[in-house]
Write a protein that binds this ligand. Structure first.
Ligand code: C2E
Ligand code: MG
Ligand code: MG
Ligand code: MG
Length: 283
């Protein structure tokens, strides 16, 4: 069986190919087409400063309007895009779209820092720093309004190369965050070595606190360590008032989670910021 892959490429399907593999190949194909057809959208989830209760930024989260399927969440396609390498092109689209949106909000007199998730493969591209600098320049965005969320895997893979890139990005004036902190395998020495501005505590540690005292103790330790290393600490996945209360008493700087707002399209976030009743309830 031969299936057209576009641009004159053909892919041969073995009859014995497992249905799971076939689904992955089909999804890869659909992702590539979807990128050309404009089927992706960024939703934005507000982040709140605990001390003031004010929204101080947001995180851009990708969604896919897959024809015939509906809205697809990133967990169902980002891993596939990472395996096939498409994440480089997809990540470039996310970066450009998020920077453009942040520049639009700034031009409208509502500056809001936008955080972009960066995959390891995207970060490893030799031109990644240049891509970031060019996106900022293209859209005229002040660098402090862009935050890059990196994962521990980025730091581990090629530490020297990563360090050089992070220094360049920090020199640009971009905010650098370590996402899903606590789930990876990097040594704590990395935190001292890399020019990171923020730690985002993974939501698996937030979920059962404050009732689970072990999780609460881990969160307390992360907050103290982050502050000792002159970093801000962000809690993700805050869903209940009790979690916010404990995080406040622990001195956590910022919170993000369904308790405040779900990720929503750009227009809904704008209405949410303007205090329009009922705004920000989108999924
Ligand atoms: P992440 O970067 O850790 O993003 C936070 C995830 O937690 C988001 O899921 C968000 O919707 C969800 N979340 C936020 N608040 C709560 C809460 O209170 N409770 C619960 N249960 N969940 C909450 P989402 O949008 O499905 O994204 C999942 C992951 O996919 C992200 O985790 C990130 O690793 C990846 N991802 C999303 N967008 C992009 C992207 O543009 N590029 C790359 N490379 N990865 C992305
Ligand atoms: Mg993130
Ligand atoms: Mg995270
Ligand atoms: Mg996470």
């Amino acid at each position: 069986q031969v299936k057209e892959r576009g641009k004159g490429h053909y892919r041969f399907y073995q009859p014995q190919m497992s249905t799971e593999l076939l689904a992955r190949v089909q999804t890869d194909h659909a992702l590539r087409e979807g990128l050309h057809r404009g089927e992706f959208e960024l939703h934005y989830q507000p982040r709140v400063t605990v001390r003031t209760g004010q929204i101080d930024g947001c995180e851009a989260l990708i969604r896919w309007h897959r024809p015939g399927t509906g809205l697809v969440m990133p967990g169902a396609f980002i891993p596939i895009a990472e395996e096939t390498g498409l994440i480089a092109a997809l990540g470039a689209w996310v970066l450009d779209t998020a920077v453009a949106q942040a520049a639009r909000w700034a031009a409208e007199g509502r500056p809001l820092q936008v955080a972009v998730n960066v995959s390891a493969l995207q970060f490893q591209q030799p031109h990644f720093v240049q891509d970031v600098a060019q996106a900022l320049q293209r859209h005229g965005l002040p660098p402090r309004l862009l935050e890059l969320e990196l994962t521990e895997s980025i730091l581990i893979r090629d530490a020297e190369e990563a360090l050089a890139k992070l220094r360049s990005l920090a020199a640009l004036g971009v905010t650098l965050s370590l996402d899903d902190f606590g789930t990876g395998f990097s040594s704590l020495a990395y935190l001292k070595r890399f020019p990171l501005h923020r730690l985002k505590i993974d939501r698996t540690f937030i979920a059962a606190m404050p009732e689970d005292e072990a999780d609460a103790a881990i969160v307390a330790a992360i907050v103290q360590m982050g502050h000792a290393l002159a970093m801000e600490v962000v809690a993700e996945g805050v869903e209940r008032a009790e979690q916010l209360h404990r995080l406040r008493s622990l001195g956590c700087d910022h919170c993000q989670g369904f308790w405040f707002a779900r990720p929503m399209p750009a227009a809904a976030l704008r209405a949410h910021l303007d205090g329009v009743p009922g705004a920000g309830t989108a999924g």
